[in-house]
Each structure stands twice: as C-alpha cells, then as structure tokens.
Design a protein around this ligand. Structure first.
Ligand code: PA5
Length: 465
C-alpha cells in the first residue's frame, strides 16, 4: 500500500506491514503505549524545543523555517551568505568543504544529488561560474589530503589567471581532530600556490578553537545554532550556506522539509506516515529480531544518502540505556547499498542470509535521463527503457525478499531536486525522532563516541609541547 506524504512523495510499506510474516496490524495495537508516548513526546518537542533529558535543547523541527527564525540565523548571516553566494559565481575556482560526521555527510548528499558526479569535470561556464567542489577533513588519511593539494596545485599552475580557493570549515565544536588538522595543513599549503585562499567557517556561536581563529583572523563565520546536533544540521547553516555557495535552491530545500514537517504532525499513526513507519521499524526490531537496516536507493545520485542516514540511525538509536537508565533495545546496524549495483553483491545475503534485517528502498519516479537498453530476453531481442529496468529491478528485489519473508519498505520521490531531497531527509529526521521516543532513549546525544575519543586524545597528547 502506497501512502502519500505529500504530492509526489510517498511511502509503501506493503512488505513491512499487514501480512502474517511481517509487522501485523495487531502489533500496532499491542505497542500503542510506546507509539502514543512517542507521538506526544515529539509533539511536545515541537512546542518546547526540549529533548528527553532535562535541560537538553532540541530545535530541529524549527529548521524548515530557518529563514524566518531569527534565533537560529541572524539577518547578518543571511546577508553574508547571499554576498558569498554571489561572489562564488565566477569568483572562486574551487570550494573546499572541510568537516566530518554531521558537519560533512549532509553536504556531500546535497552536492552529489544536486550537482551530479561530473560537476568537477565541467567547464566553469557549464557550472554557471560556480567553483569545483572538494571535501576534506573527513578522514585522517594523509593520502587523501595530499592528493587533493597536488590536484589543486596543478590546476593553479595550468590556469592563466589568478587561482582562487574558498575554504569552508564546518565544525560545531571547533575542536574535532580531522577538520582542525586539515585546516592547519590547508592554511599552510594553499597560500604557496593560490592567488587567494580565503577561509570562512560555520561553528558554535560562543566557544571553540575555530571560533577563536575566526575572531583572530577576521574570517567570516556562521553559527551552528544551539540545539542542533551535527546529524540534524543539514537544514541549518551547515547545509544551507554550502548549498548557497553552489547556487542551489535553498528555499526549495527548506520548503521540502516544511512540507514533510506539516504532513507528519498527527498523533495518530494512521494519519502520520513518519510515525507509522517509525512504529513498524521499531516493532520489527523489538518483536521480530531485526537488527540491521539496509538503505538502498535506486539512484546513483542518492548513493551518499545512505551514509548520511547511517549516521542518523546509528548515532541516534544505538544506545545502551533508556533515559530512565534501563537497558535499551540498541537500534539497528545501518548498512548502505545502491541499486542495482549491490544486487550483484549484497542481495545474496539479504535473500538467503539471516532474517534479521529490513530493507529501505528509495526510488525516484521521474527519470532525469532517457536511454534504452537493447537486450535479449527469452532468446528474442527487445528494447527496454533503462528507467524501466531500474524500477523493475527494485520491484523484483522486493518481491523476491517478500517471498523469503524478508521485510522491506519503499520511499518514492517524484524527482531529484532540492525540494524533494529536503522532504526526504527531513522525513528521516522525524522517523528517527519518533522511534527514539518509542524506545525511551535519548536520540540526540552520542555518548558512545567518547570512549575512543578519550583513548585517541590520550595518544595525541604525547605530542603536546
Ligand atoms: O553527530 C555528531 O555529533 C558527530 O558526528 C559530529 O558531527 C562530528 O564528530 C563532527 O563534529 P564537529 O562538528 O564538532 O566537528
């Protein structure tokens, strides 16, 4: 059954709900207490901006209205963003976005989805004067940064006029090792071969080394608003400033999020697709042994969405304790896949491996391109639109999985643009918020990443003077 979320954006849970081998109607009734609690908790969060822990601020439901919310973004920031966006049209050869985790993954999705895989190979005219785009600071692998610098240097040498680079450093804390380290390398290396290497930042309003740098060096900077965690930040300055620099339609991106927000406010799961899908996934997990969730867009441009969602799911629901200190259910292990590519690798295990997973397919209704495959089927030649093959492959995958009683759902958007992408990403915010509240956990913190950080910083401290 396909349920419309809004025009051209729908979810189909036929293979997740309503049959005797998946989540049954009676299960929703049996778990009504958790579902009702979650509906009330997210409704309260929308009103109060308060998370499940005392004193915790959670403001993501306000982000779809970012440009009207002065407490989230100031008029000065909007003006600075617009000025930089105009300057980015013809003013810079390359934009380097430096960040990791929630300060990186959403921008990679925006770039891949809206600019496509060959953006950096296009001429400046084909990019409407916008810069090439590179990501850095998302790993400590020296080879990644060294090869980026090598490439930029060669571009600068080849260019007849001045070579200009804009570095956008994104770090809420302003202290994360990989982006801070990458920034130190870039600050040293870029001036040696660039006519201009300009640094701008998005960071906390009040504290952090990056903020100090901005003040000391006079860098333009934007704020990651209070109450917006990294993985919930794509509709804040973190995503919106980056998108504006590329000339993307930021209003449409936020409008898509707002349409989803407004379509998913009901406290009854029958009339709220985000609440319903969250409940089905939650029940599949606590009642039917699902421990993994595979996100599988049938769209090359949406491949990185799986990585963004993996952080959202993993960091939000992978908690050992409820807010009351009871053992928690632990969430699900996120897995990223892409159709049809991974049908030739992962699908064997999905089909015949353990019955511990659910698949979340994502599809795009209107193909952005039309090409025909010439094939031979049943010994006879045939011509089939590639977009038909793509969709038929998704349906075949879901049907085969259903025949083995493996659960899946399908989320469809009409087309790949800022508005539908915004609607889709925000829909995931809501499903995660609802499911976290069903499980009684705090979906907005990430205490589990502190353990390794302590060990890593202990190691790095040996190098301090
Ligand atoms: O979700 C999170 O909090 C993390 O993934 C962070 O986004 C990531 O560690 C980057 O942190 P920061 O923006 O402080 O550099």
């Amino acid at each position: 059954m396909s349920i419309s979320i809004w025009d051209g954006f729908s979810v189909d849970w036929t293979d997740l709900f309503g049959q005797d081998w998946n989540v049954r109607a009676g299960d929703m009734a049996a778990h009504q207490k958790e579902i009702g609690r979650a509906a009330a908790a997210v409704a309260a969060l929308r009103k109060t901006g308060r998370g499940p822990r005392a004193g915790e601020e959670v403001l993501f439901p306000h982000l779809p209205y970012l440009f009207q919310e002065k407490r989230l973004i100031s008029p000065e920031e909007i003006a600075a963003m617009q000025a930089l966006s105009a300057e980015c049209r013809g003013g810079f050869d390359a934009l380097l976005s430096v960040g990791i985790g929630g300060s990186y993954l959403g921008d990679q999705v925006l770039f891949d989805t809206c600019c496509g895989p060959y953006w950096n190979l296009m001429t400046p005219e084909e990019r409407s004067g916008r810069p090439q785009v590179f990501f850095a600071g998302q790993t400590a692998d020296p080879e990644a940064l060294a090869s980026l610098l090598r490439y930029l240097r060669s571009q600068a040498e080849k260019k007849e006029g001045p070579y200009r680079v804009l570095v956008l450093v994104i770090s809420k804390s302003g202290t994360t090792v990989e982006p801070s380290g990458a920034l130190s390398v870039l600050e040293e290396a870029l001036p040696s071969f660039c006519a201009e290497a300009r640094f701008i930042a998005i960071t906390d309003a009040k504290k952090g080394k990056l903020l100090e740098d901005c003040r000391e060096k006079g860098w333009t900077h934007f704020v990651v608003p209070e109450g917006i965690g990294g993985r919930f930040s794509v509709f804040s300055q973190v995503g919106v400033v980056f998108a504006a620099l590329l000339g993307l339609d930021t209003e449409a991106f936020l409008r898509g999020a707002a349409r989803t927000e407004e379509a998913c406010r009901s406290e009854d799961w029958r009339t709220n697709p985000a609440l319903a899908l969250a409940a089905m996934k939650y029940i599949a997990t606590v009642r039917y042994g699902v421990t993994a969730e595979i996100t599988m867009p049938y769209s090359s441009r949406l491949a990185s969405l799986g990585g963004w969602y993996a952080q959202l799911l993993g960091e939000s629901l992978g908690k050992k304790e409820t807010v009351d200190g009871q053992p928690a259910y632990g969430g699900r292990t996120p897995v990223c896949a892409v159709g049809t590519t991974d049908m030739h690798s992962l699908t064997q295990e999905h089909q015949e491996g353990r019955r511990n997973k659910l698949l979340q397919f994502i599809s795009v209704d209107e193909p952005a391109a039309y090409l025909d495959f010439r094939l031979t089927e049943g010994g006879r030649p045939c011509t089939v639109a590639m977009s038909h093959v793509l969709d038929a492959a998704l349906r075949a995958n879901a049907a085969a999985l259903a025949s083995a009683h493996k659960m899946s759902c399908r989320i469809s958007i009409r087309k790949l643009n800022e508005e539908y992408l915004g609607g889709l990403m925000y829909f995931f915010f809501l499903t995660i918020a609802y499911e976290g509240a069903m499980a009684g956990i705090d979906a907005y913190d990430q205490p589990g990443v502190e353990a390794y950080k302590k060990i890593l910083h202990g190691d790095l401290a040996h190098f301090a003077g």
